[in-house]
Ligand binder design. Sequence first.
Ligand code: SF4
Length: 311
Amino acid sequence: MPSEETDVAVPAVRRHELQLTPSGSLRRLLGTSHKIKLGEGVKVLGAVMYLEPHKGAGPTVCPYATPGCSSQCITTTGRMVYNTHRRARVAKTLLFRSFRADFMAQLRGEVSFHVVKAAAQGMTPTIRLNGTSDLAFWRWEQEWRDPAVQGLRMVEYTKRPATSQMLAAIDRGWSFTFSWSESAAALARSLTWAQHGVNTAVVVAGSLGSKRSVDKAVAAALVQRGSLMGRGTLDGDKHDARFLDPQIGGWVVLKAKGDAHNDRTGFVVRFDEDLLLGTDLPADQCLWHGDEPMPVPPTPRSPSGAAKEMT
Ligand code: SF4
């Protein structure tokens, strides 16, 4: 079990330096993104919190991160790469570490405000607290959620193995999507989650060296085919309101973005675009193995035995 993520000593810092922006305003914990905003098209008002991923601000906030995912995290894409954005993520992460009660109190206020705002607009409120982290916020719900808050859907991607606590959180309105990676444990974890209907997000691309436009075409083809390794495929790029996805234990297909386009770790699952786009072969027969050994997901035979990681 990787080291847990709380109660870790960090250098002393002054709280206001973390809570305030350079212009003196309160730095908001929750924000949004282009993909989150796409949810408004389906009457979902989303919000997301971005901390500095993995070990970027001290002890990891991603206890199951892999070399592949941490080197191609979404902080390598778009405006997330700017120093101003990174400084804000680091400040929020240090606030969480050093002044947890203040962090949780502020989060509580922002969550309540978001729910009221969604209600006023006739939308379903969703929040993704782990935009760029993998912390166990479901365990600390009483610290950041006002009991009066109703109708809130929590949406999370995670690399954690399924646990009884997480499954119980699903019954309370949490939606999890397991995130595929090059980890040797990914398949067993994915299958365990699938037994509970939870889908697995997988980042896909064309062969190494292909154009970025090919990644988009590959993702679209996988969604259109409707099946990968015997499990259904869903479009993960339409919006981020994952709780709307049918819970089929399938694949949520995401096209490679940012540095993921050039991934060589196996985190991104690559397909031979000539085969996938030019033939009717089943998608799992179109995997691109390249000229060098790359870890690719084996075809699952049975979910049995995968439940060992359940706690
Ligand atoms: S991809 Fe997820 S687990 Fe990996 S570093 Fe980024 S936020 Fe953390």
